[in-house]
Design a protein around this ligand. Structure first.
Ligand SMILES: [Mg+2]
Length: 453
């Protein structure tokens, strides 16, 4: 029998010659107002196939660029091997942005080279379409009826799963609602948003001081919610439910930096409102406190948007501290790690919701995993009110999130044919201008970065 497969291979239907593929370049564009600062990435190859990826929102492109020299000349189809080479250069939250962006682009290239959608490479569909939940904010004075109306507008647009913020910032101005070291709440009220690193040395020093306030971990703030504060938050939930009814799932997020006892007190007050999950009540690495919280309230406890690599979900899952995990594909390490995280959670009978606050690249990448994962509840969407969000990419049916669901086509890869440079150019980040500029300055660095000898 002949062992020369040349003739057979000539009839294999591939979109390219996968074994001869090589990574030749990396290009990046930063946009703002999506509504986040988002960082879109392209990996180019010697066969004209481009892979799309994205660095986590509110991050920086250098996290990806520092990987470039390690990628040039690699075969992008060798996804797992390349991921094992670069994963040591990521860390939790935004620090995983570069590794995750590259990993997604590798899957996109490989799937295009072999002519299949990514979900098929992950084992195929568990559902026809991915349910999407819409995080919802209101401006101005906190008011449960107005939040209810904003959520009702999401229902009217076809969404079938909702989330809102329910935190101590709602009651900062309610007299007697919080107890804390006197003056501390006033200090917290003066700190808003994500800072940058610029200005004079003294201006930077002040910025670091403000940042310190924002990053005091929950047990160290000594903020407690009074009975009056709990009454207020309970009434807020009652007002929300009076508008949207009780039939739709409603998750809560952004409790503020309160300790686990306060989260338990709040949880017990609002169990009656059928809360779909309580998110990030304390830092995700507080495994014992998560177990205590989950054992103390009749609300599914959820965390995970800042966790890098699937194995770092294991302590939480083993402890029984969560009933919902909430990874972000741009932090967990990309497509392969999100799928491993979903399957690991399934072993513990824990559901997965997917955090997502980025462009259609991340939305579609997450949806490919979600459609192929047995335990998906819903995927997040922050950009319902951004009119140009869909226009960033060409290929998928528009709107990409249609009446609360993402449907994936049979197109290869992520299903993105091209990016729309005109739309990207209109929304470039003012502090990080330039679109797909040369990154040759990052071509030749070498670091002996193996982690064993
Ligand atoms: Mg969150």
């Amino acid at each position: 029998m002949s062992t020369d497969y040349t003739e057979a291979l000539a009839h294999v239907n591939t979109a390219s010659r996968p074994s001869d593929l090589r990574i030749t370049d990396m290009k990046i564009a930063d946009i703002s107002g999506a509504p986040m600062h988002c960082i879109m990435l392209k990996l180019e190859t010697n066969q004209g196939i481009t892979g799309y990826g994205e660095v986590r929102d509110w991050s920086y492109k250098d996290y990806a660029l520092m990987l470039k020299a390690r990628l040039l000349g690699e075969n992008p189809c060798e996804i797992d091997r390349i991921f094992r080479k670069i994963r040591q250069l990521g860390t939790h939250a935004r620090g995983a942005g570069g590794v995750s962006a590259v990993e997604i682009a590798l899957w996109d290239i490989a799937a295009k080279a072999y002519g299949v959608p990514i979900y098929q490479m992950l084992g195929g569909k568990h559902r026809d379409k991915v349910r999407v939940y819409c995080d919802t904010d209101i401006d101005g004075k906190p008011d449960g009826k107005r939040m209810g109306a904003a959520l009702q507008a999401r229902l009217d647009a076809g969404f079938t799963f909702l989330k809102m913020d329910l935190g101590i910032d709602l009651i900062y101005d309610v007299p007697g609602a919080l107890s804390a070291p006197l003056g501390f709440v006033e200090q917290l009220k003066s700190v808003h948003g994500v800072g940058g690193y610029d200005g004079t040395i003294e201006e930077r020093y002040e910025a670091h001081r403000r940042e310190r306030l924002n990053t005091i971990e929950h047990p160290y703030t000594a903020i407690q919610i009074t009975e009056k504060g709990l009454d207020w938050l309970e009434q807020y939930c009652a007002d929300v439910r009076s508008v949207i009814g009780y039939e739709v799932p409603l998750a809560i997020d952004h409790l503020g930096h309160i300790g686990v006892n306060e989260a338990i007190k709040l949880g017990r007050r609002i169990e009656k409102f059928n809360i779909a999950w309580m998110e990030d009540a304390v830092p995700w690495m507080y495994t014992d406190q998560y177990r205590l919280l989950q054992q103390s309230i009749q609300i599914p406890v959820c965390t995970g948007e800042d966790i890098y690599l699937h194995e770092n979900f294991k302590p939480l899952l083993e402890s029984g501290g969560v009933q919902v995990i909430h990874p972000d594909i741009l932090t967990v390490g990309g497509i392969g790690e999100l799928k491993k995280t979903a399957d690991l959670a399934d072993e513990y009978h824990v559901a997965m919701a997917v955090h997502m606050a980025e462009t259609p690249i991340a939305a579609l990448a997450a949806a490919h995993v979600g459609i192929a994962s047995v335990n998906l509840l819903a995927q997040e969407f922050h950009s319902f009110d951004v009119p140009w969000w869909n226009d960033l990419v060409e290929g998928p049916a528009k709107p990409i999130v249609d009446h609360g669901f993402i449907t994936l086509s049979d197109a290869p890869g992520l299903g993105i044919e091209s990016l729309n440079d005109e739309v990207i150019a209109e929304h470039l980040h003012p502090a990080v201008p330039g679109i797909w500029e040369s990154t040759d300055a990052w071509n030749t660095r070498y670091v002996h970065d193996r982690i064993w000898s």
